[in-house]
Design a protein around this ligand. Structure first.
Ligand code: FE
Ligand code: CA
Length: 453
């Protein structure tokens, strides 16, 4: 049995070095790793040595086989006389297990905008698994009037992406969140370039070299398995992670293979292109992979971990967002119809990107067939006004809740229900804010939709 993600570290005595190499010499360094059943490493379960190579900016990914299922482990690294802090990970349970699982879901951490207190509070909630749904970092330089600064200009090349990732990893709140549990990560746009789509940049130019550089740095800094090692402009990020019989996480990549946004990627009232069935958000191969996985799933909960707003969301003025699933309506219909026709027992869509919390019911032909939980941002868009109302709630009755505060969603899966707690902070422009639950919902087994907790 393996942990759901790799164990990760990077050697970088000077993390902000402008060349992105972290102050390391251009040679291979041996790194010892250790996995133990206890935090004091009295009962070591596995150990080994791995090479940290300059070609990977001395990042290290370790996949430990032959661990016991369904339990926590602690790990640490040692290199060149330095000992790392201790991290905690966890293995998935036995294939038949329906034991409960507590997760936290986060998205959109813009460093200059504020403090990563949400990550600290997330760690204090002690989830067994963390899902990060993209915009782990932002490519921009520091805007005027920021709470704190990122070094360097907008990231466009490998050195800059590496330096940006390394600076994020110096944040103690983010470190605490990584150390508490294994993470399942998928990217959105800002790990590369705002609103990129396939091989097309935001400004319509070809993205290839920049995309390859961003993918390389992303792989180096995320706890991804070797199956995600980038090859040029390609990187296999979508994958399935079973959690006993309780849940299957279908982690999706909704950027790399998508058709370019319809109608110039603007909010549009009339856009025929968004109904073109030849267009796809996951791309044809990933869409087929997802539908196949849903057809063969026996999980109590099938969870789609992905980036962009899934539910239909008509603006008050009748306009739709072309970067979200609304811009790919037939693709969304194929996915939704796919899980219904597959007889999936419970479908839950997890979403990031929009910086505000939302809880949505997902109708198909006027019947609710799934539920969407949208995790607001760690910092993006700042403190927020605390409003829970929004005009879109009134023209989209299946959109049931929204909060304009920063935070994360705590999602607990059990055999008979999912419970979602929308965790919020009143401010991110000052450090150390407490967290509270703005709203909680229950999704009962075989009853898609939202109920007050
Ligand atoms: Fe974002
Ligand atoms: Ca985004």
């Amino acid at each position: 049995m393996r942990a759901p993600s790799a164990l990760w570290t990077r050697l970088a005595p000077d993390p902000l070095a402008p060349d992105g190499l972290g102050g390391m010499p251009g040679r291979t360094v041996a790194v010892d790793w250790e996995v133990a059943e206890d935090e004091r490493f009295d009962r070591v379960a596995a150990r080994g040595t791995v090479d940290a190579v300059p070609e990977a900016a001395h990042s290290v990914h370790v996949e430990v086989a032959a661990l016991a299922p369904g339990r926590e482990y602690f790990y640490r690294f040692r290199a060149a006389g330095a000992l790392s802090p201790v991290g905690r990970t966890r293995t998935a349970p036995e294939p038949g297990s329906l034991g409960a699982l507590t997760t936290c879901v986060a998205s959109c951490a813009n460093y200059p905008v504020g403090w990563f207190t949400a990550y600290r509070r997330l760690a204090e909630d002690e989830p067994e698994l963390v899902l990060h749904l993209g915009d782990y970092l932002y490519e921009y330089s520091t805007p005027a009037g920021s709470v704190r600064a990122v070094v360097g200009p907008e990231t466009t090349e490998l050195a800059g992406y590496r330096q940006r990732h390394a600076q994020y990893r110096t944040d103690p709140d983010l470190q605490a969140a990584h150390a508490v549990a294994p993470w399942l990560v998928v990217w959105d746009d800002h790990e590369v370039d705002n609103n990129w789509a396939g091989e097309t940049a935001e400004d319509g130019s070809r993205l290839l070299a920049r995309r390859a550089a961003a993918f390389q740095a992303y792989y180096e800094h995320m706890p991804l398995r070797r199956s995600s090692v980038p090859r040029g402009i390609d990187m296999q990020l979508y994958r399935r992670v079973p959690w006993g019989a309780l849940a299957t996480f279908h982690m999706m990549d909704t950027r790399q293979y998508r058709s370019d946004q319809a109608c110039g990627d603007r909010m549009r009232v009339d856009c025929g292109e968004r109904f073109d069935p030849a267009r796809s958000l996951p791309g044809a191969a990933q869409e087929a992979w997802l539908l196949d996985g849903l057809r063969t799933s026996r999980a109590r909960w099938d969870v789609l971990g992905q980036q962009v707003f899934f539910a239909e969301r008509r603006g008050r003025d009748g306009a739709y967002a072309m970067d979200a699933w609304d811009g790919y309506a037939p693709s969304r219909d194929r996915v939704t119809r796919g899980w219904v026709e597959a007889g999936v027992r419970n479908a839950v869509v997890l979403t990031g990107d929009v910086h505000t919390h939302w809880a949505n019911e997902l109708p198909l032909d006027d019947t609710v067939v799934g539920t969407e939980l949208v995790a607001g941002s760690v910092t993006s868009e700042g403190d927020g006004d605390g409003a829970t109302d929004h005009p879109d709630l009134h023209v989209n009755p299946h959109l049931r809740f929204r909060s304009n505060r920063r935070g994360y969603v705590r999602v607990r899966y059990s055999a008979d229900r999912v419970t979602a707690d929308f965790r919020v902070l009143d401010a991110v422009t000052r450090p150390g804010e407490p967290v509270r639950t703005a709203a909680s919902f229950v999704i009962p087994d075989r009853e898609p939709g939202l109920n007050p907790a």
